[in-house]
Write a protein that binds this ligand. Sequence first.
Ligand code: AMP
Length: 606
Amino acid sequence: MEMNNCTHEKSEAALQLIESLTKRADEVQKDVLMEILRRNTETEYLGKFLHGRVDKVSFKLKVPVVNYEDIKPYIQRIANGDSSPIISAQPISELLTSSGTSGGQPKIMPSIPEELDRKTLLYNLLMPIMSQYISGLDKGKGMYLLFIKAEITTPSGLKARPVLTSYYKSSNFRNRPYDKFNVNTSPDETILCPDSRQSMFCQLLCGLIQKDEVLRVGAVFASAFLRAIKFLEEYWAELCDNIRSGHLSEWIDDPPCRKSVMRLLTANPRLADSIAEECRKQSWQGIITRLWTKTIYIDVIVTGSMAQYIPTLDYYSGGLPLVCTMYASSECYFGVNLKPLSKPSEVSYTLLPNMAYFEFLPVHKQNGTDDLDLHDSNGTENGKIREDELVDLVDVKVGHFYELVVTTYSGLYRYRVGDILFVTGFYNKAPQFQFVYRRNVVLSIDTDKTNEEDLLKAVTNAKKLLEQYDSLLSEYTSYADTSTIPGHYVLYWELITREPMEASVLENCCSVIEESLDSVYRRCRSKDKSIGPLEIRLVELGTFDLLMDYCLSQGSSVNQYKTPRCIKSQQTLNLLNSRVTATYWSQRCPSWTPYRPDLKARCQPN
Ligand code: AMP
């Protein structure tokens, strides 16, 4: 099939850009670093280390590798209204709330307007890459379910919001030039609707109305796509009624959203019947291709923690290819998948050298079972980084693990993102990476990232409730259960107790744990409803001894054995599940209010 000329030319240009950037990866990286330093060497932060110098050697020698806590005071000052050039010579235009947290609140990342152009550049590469493998995608539409989230205005007047909310609200997205490759079934007004239920209903309605034109479906993360399927299960009858009558449900009262859907909605009883016929069936296996019959692939991220959703997606799609197109974050966008049809377990991302200056901290992974593999030791001696160990983008070695460190155009210098990557090969001079895991994260269902410390703190709070019953929590571990939609956290508890506990006590424990988890968890659980109620499973006495025996039999060292705080392997889960004596669920949603920066925080340099 022939593409139209304009789309064809744009596509060619995009592919040529990838060639040129990857062939000159070393030069591009050098130029990026020089440009960032030239612009920002006089900022308060860089000035302290570089004293006006603009050269790579000084940068590598003098500028420290940092975590969020090191730069938090500077960012906090920006949020509080200090507009002097603290970390960026270009004024910070907004703050992006990350799903990583610090002190229970989202980390906030600075951004400048031109970052939107870098993001647009990366998005514009995705369909040209895809069309190298699948032709005719310009002949149909994509049903992409995209959402915005709550934002707040900080005392500085700057908005603080998630990176995708920022992008969808930007003129780069709203005024994007028409492109046959990127025709979406969701009108922008439905994506930009602040009420997530109305947004979801309207996007699914528009997707169903145009279902015969849809060639690909997707969302950003797998969890969001499955949430949409669950929503469809609950609302299909009402959606069909709307299509049958041509009348949009009255509860859709966001004016722009309503107006945009009304433009597409006309009474179509035949279409409504055909949808209802499929949805009414007992089994929803393969529902995606039964409704959107021309779908070629599902575009969702299923690498990293999202891999847990692959079996459920396969069930609903009848095994359609799952395509992971890009790798990005609030700090900056990183790269693209040049082989989008590769299996999820084989996906590698090629970092684009013009996005930021990338460095890599070697990671030495410890051996052990899957459950223990989460621990790593990386270039640190007593927690201190050996700065001279960091390597440049083009110098990473195939077969090695690294932690990603970025220097961005918007004020992050040698910042540890926390992602652990594995080098699989090179495309021209640009390395390709498998995403391995996020440092420290043990549990994740949606965008939540719970680490061992958070989990321990939450469990410690809950176990106080047991004291008055003369009961003791002797051991615990956890598991992200995604067999339900939405998924939920499961904790396995071994209790030493005199007599059986009342259900209400353990249900309260579930609630206290949820209250103690960070604000991203509580938002997902209470506002987005993308996480279900937390569950505690009591196990028989002696279960954790068996767990230890099992881990040792799988190669863990006796001396170094620590109870895995999160279980990944099915065999280990089977062992625990076979010893469960009772289960309890949280009976209420935890409290959540939108992120507010700590107004009292003051910068304490050094
Ligand atoms: P956030 O800071 O909330 O913007 O989330 C960014 C993080 O999400 C990254 O640092 C990764 O840990 C994760 N992430 C983003 N894209 C991918 C991907 N394609 N595969 C796996 N994890 C990803």
